[in-house]
Ligand binder design. Structure first.
Ligand code: SAM
Length: 206
């Protein structure tokens, strides 16, 4: 892992995704979660202050040591216990149907094996458990989408494999989850990067 990817990217992510402007969205995506939650792409723990009190434990999955370190103060101050259980979402060291919910924010864009990671979430969630996600992705407007396609190769190089053209709802649906609700909208910022989707899905029977 190069210096840029290891040291710089997690700091950029924390600044870009971790600001106060994101807090209401983070509060909304965490709302309604309870029990033992698995969070993939934990990053520097920007969701920690949004976990509802009904969450009893967060099983965090994150490959970046620097990202985890940047979140150390938040993690230490968290009322909800946080355990790092794995580096990669593609293989979770958890039993089938052992989690009460799952969370990911701005991560389905980045995970190399996103289908495998979603299959793992489906496996470890108990049937009927919620999966909440907040992601950026492919925009509906042809002109924005064209720019996303043009910019994606650069984005992948600069932002540790982050894609601009993935469709989070389609990915979650294709993984076998039932999509309960989702809303997609442009947040403030340059359009290719800020077409956000806040979604809630349910794990099916195994
Ligand atoms: C854009 S950041 C989002 C971080 C955080 N969830 C947030 O909302 O600010 C994407 C995160 O996914 C992590 N990631 C990359 N590959 C991963 C993988 N295979 N499994 C789990 N997380 C991964 C990155 O290290 C990074 O922390």
């Amino acid at each position: 892992m190069g210096f840029y990817r290891e040291q710089v990217v997690p700091r950029i992510v924390e600044k870009a995704c971790g600001g106060a402007a994101m807090t209401p969205l983070r509060d909304r995506v965490c709302e309604g979660l309870s029990g033992d939650i698995v969070e993939i792409g934990f990053g520097s723990g920007s969701n920690v202050t949004s976990y509802p009190p009904e969450v009893t434990r967060v099983l965090a999955v994150e490959p970046s040591t620097v990202g985890r370190g940047l979140g150390a103060d938040r993690i230490a101050a968290s009322a909800v216990p946080i355990e790092f259980i794995a580096l990669h979402g593609e293989a979770l060291p958890l039993a089938d149907a052992s989690c009460d919910g799952a969370l990911c924010t701005f991560t389905l864009c980045t995970i190399p094996g996103v289908e495998a990671a979603l299959a793992e979430l489906r496996r470890v969630l108990r049937p009927g458990a919620p999966f909440h996600f907040l992601e950026h992705g492919s925009a509906p407007d042809p002109s924005v989408r064209t720019w996303q396609q043009r910019l994606e190769p650069m984005q992948k190089r600069l932002a540790d494999g982050c894609h601009l053209t993935r469709d989070p709802v389609e990915l979650v649906r294709r993984a076998g989850f039932r999509i309960d609700t989702f809303e997609s909208f442009y947040a403030r910022g340059p359009k290719p990067w800020v077409y956000f989707t806040l979604g809630r899905a349910t794990a099916p029977q195994h």
